[in-house]
Design a protein around this ligand. Structure first.
Ligand SMILES: [Mg+2]
Length: 367
């Protein structure tokens, strides 16, 4: 079997379903990569946040020629050849976003070749994953709407919720963030799991104050608490608070820094940003060696669910509402969370097939 075509497209203005408390029409953008074999197998990969129109140009103009004629099942070989060829002079979000999409499309082909879903090929640890809802974005919702939307997700069977903190152009600081967490705890009850995420938008002292104020509300984890994901600052924070810390969605091999510094309670590999399933498997194994579970935290849930279902230390999956709706806008069949759980799909490969004509209709010329 040989690769005969590699084509990335940037889809713009795909109509999507707005969040429950935002009724106006919404639209989303997404890169979609297609890799085709001579015998007609088609592998698809949705791009993550690092996959921009620049990534599309990089894949089509520079990486595609290196892939044509290769055996798509030799993923480890291809992954390492691409790394040696491009990384020394192109290490950037463009490079790793492109490598991730190529890896995901190749695993899609591998799954279709063996008639198995990718999560089973990655280990098949569980067929059902607990999901949590991330809501109230963007920008940061006023408190009343935040609570109303949380109650909506609770009415849909969710028992796990994540709230954005640390965006101080929208809130006054840690004290207001803590009051929003308190309001959610009161609205959702004692059994609900509540997570916080600052997108690396807080200093160490700000994060510590928020942790101290939030300790009474039993926060399950605090994701990307500090600027630059600084491992030493997180390690220090972790010693001073009982709130568990989570991080790592854009680290690739620097995950080892988080582990060696005892900086996290949960590691967060992201197949869309770290180098696909090939890197995800290795990062999950690294975490397991440190007795650390992995917990998903990024907008690329429908591809990441295969990793988190596949490995034994896989944990919760994020339903980032707005991003999940972009997947639903682009692909025919996206796993639907039910009562806060997502069934791992039985379809061969990744299970994401673009809707008829969507790539042609929304394709934007690459720059
Ligand atoms: Mg996050």
């Amino acid at each position: 079997m040989k690769i005969s075509r590699v084509e990335a497209s940037y889809l713009a203005n795909v109509p999507t379903t707005p969040p429950p408390y935002r009724k106006e029409p919404s639209k989303g953008n997404m890169m979609v990569l297609e890799i085709e074999t001579e015998d007609g197998l088609l592998g698809y990969a949705p791009g993550g946040v690092l996959a921009t129109p620049t990534t599309v140009g990089f894949i089509n103009k520079q990486m595609a020629p290196a892939l044509i004629g290769q055996d798509p099942l030799l993923i480890e070989r291809i992954w390492n050849e691409l790394t040696l060829r491009f990384m020394p002079r192109a290490y950037s979000s463009v490079w790793v976003g492109a490598l991730s999409a190529i890896d995901i499309a190749l695993w899609d082909i591998r799954g279709k070749c063996f008639n198995q879903p990718v999560w089973k090929l990655l280990g098949g640890a569980r067929s059902k994953i607990p999901a949590y809802a991330t809501f109230g974005l963007p920008p940061i919702y006023p408190l009343e709407e935040l609570v109303a939307e949380a109650k909506y997700f609770a009415s849909q069977g969710y028992e796990r919720f994540k709230v954005n903190v640390g965006r101080f152009t929208h809130t006054q600081g840690p004290d207001e963030d803590a009051s929003r967490v308190k309001a959610l705890r009161e609205a959702l009850g004692d059994r609900a799991q509540i997570m916080m995420d600052s997108f690396c938008h807080m200093s160490g002292p700000e994060a510590l104050r928020l942790c101290k104020l939030s300790e009474p509300y039993n926060v399950t984890f605090f994701e990307e608490p500090v600027y630059n994901d600084d491992a030493k600052v997180m390690a220090d924070l972790r010693k001073r608070t009982s709130v568990p810390l989570a991080s790592g969605q854009t680290h690739q091999w620097s995950y080892v820094q988080l582990l060696m510094n005892d900086a996290v309670d949960y590691l967060q590999p992201n197949v869309a940003n770290d180098g696909g399933y090939t890197a995800g498997l290795k990062i999950a194994a690294m975490a397991q060696a440190f007795n650390i579970p992995i917990a998903h935290g990024n907008g690329s849930g429908p591809t990441n669910l295969h990793l988190y279902a596949g490995v034994a230390n896989g944990g919760v999956l994020e339903l980032h509402y707005i991003n999940w709706m972009v997947y639903e806008g682009v692909f025919k069949s996206v796993p639907k969370p039910l009562n806060g759980w997502v069934e791992a799909p039985e379809a061969s490969g990744v299970g994401l097939e673009p809707k008829e004509g969507i790539i042609r209709e929304h394709r934007q010329e690459a720059t």
